[in-house]
Design a protein around this ligand. Structure first.
Ligand SMILES: [Zn+2]
Length: 277
């Protein structure tokens, strides 16, 4: 059980917990992978902790008090999307929510199948150039942009994570064009998480300076209503009503208070609808 904020999903059942499962493998090979112990593991030799049929996994999720659903996370869910499709279908029928934490590197047709049963997506947009995706991520950017548009068009909840890495994807001109693309193609109410990078896997660059996150955050807020900073103690993580400025959700670590929301996720001051809860 993880706080939903840990996924990160900030505008989807805020303050609640979700049963979170993962496996091994990935369809990308990021130099900076934060989970390489599982993402790049060998399926032939890796010690899997436990295995569940889709029906058994849903039964386990249903047995946990206060659980809102199942998050498919930790490694890349796209590589076990058939299992997710089977499981999420049963979970949805049982009244659970399904959330996928993904790199968005998936073809239109299988994503279309998943969109029938997945309620919320947290998608990494790792940078905004094909050369960055090619050299550092081990894939292509264009399919990810297509996925983001497809998820948005389907009306599913979408939050984007951008891990800011010094020198590699923090060019302000390119970053600004990414934010403008998000605003124009996905809407200015798209939730964006700017995440601080720490050295991991094959990348030894120093952690992202805090002033870089502040500067890129300021650029993001020129175009987007909801911008948060992750992996930072002093990050901007409260949600203010974009309509009237009332404090809707305050967050300190994973301690979350939704004092400004009514039970249907609307601002208590002006009735602006923020989220389901
Ligand atoms: Zn309001």
């Amino acid at each position: 059980m993880d706080p939903i904020e840990k996924k990160p999903l900030y505008h989807f059942y805020p303050g609640r917990h979700i049963f979170s499962v993962g496996s091994i493998g990935c369809n990308l090979d990021c130099d900076f992978c934060q989970n390489h112990e599982i993402s790049q593991a060998d399926p032939g030799t890796y010690q899997i902790a436990e295995t569940y049929s889709p029906a058994n996994l849903v039964a386990k999720a249903l047995a946990i008090a206060g659980n809102i659903g199942i998050a498919y996370t930790y490694n890349e869910p796209v590589v076990w999307s058939e299992y997710i499709l089977d499981t999420a279908t049963i979970a949805k029928d049982a009244g659970l929510k399904n959330a996928m934490i993904t790199n968005g590197y998936i073809n239109e047709e299988p994503l279309g199948e998943l969109l029938l049963v997945i309620d919320a997506f947290s998608v990494d947009l790792k940078g905004f150039s094909e050369s960055f995706y090619n050299k550092t991520v081990g894939g292509r950017m264009e399919p990810v942009l297509k996925s983001l548009k497809q998820i948005r068009k389907a009306g599913k909840h979408l939050e984007i994570v951008n891990l800011v890495i010094p020198q590699l994807n923090d060019d302000k001109r390119i970053f600004r064009s990414m934010i403008q693309w998000i605003s124009n193609e996905l809407g200015d109410d798209t939730v964006l998480h700017l995440s601080r990078y720490f050295p991991k896997h094959r990348l030894g660059i120093e952690p992202t300076p805090l002033h870089t996150l502040e500067e890129l955050g300021a650029i993001s807020r020129e175009f987007l209503k909801f911008v948060y900073t992750g992996n930072v103690q002093s990050g901007q993580n409260d949600t203010l009503c974009p309509n009237c400025g009332h404090m809707l959700i305050s967050r300190h670590g994973y301690s979350v208070t939704c004092a400004g929301l009514d039970t249907s996720g609307k601002c208590i001051s002006c009735s602006f609808k923020l989220c389901d809860r």
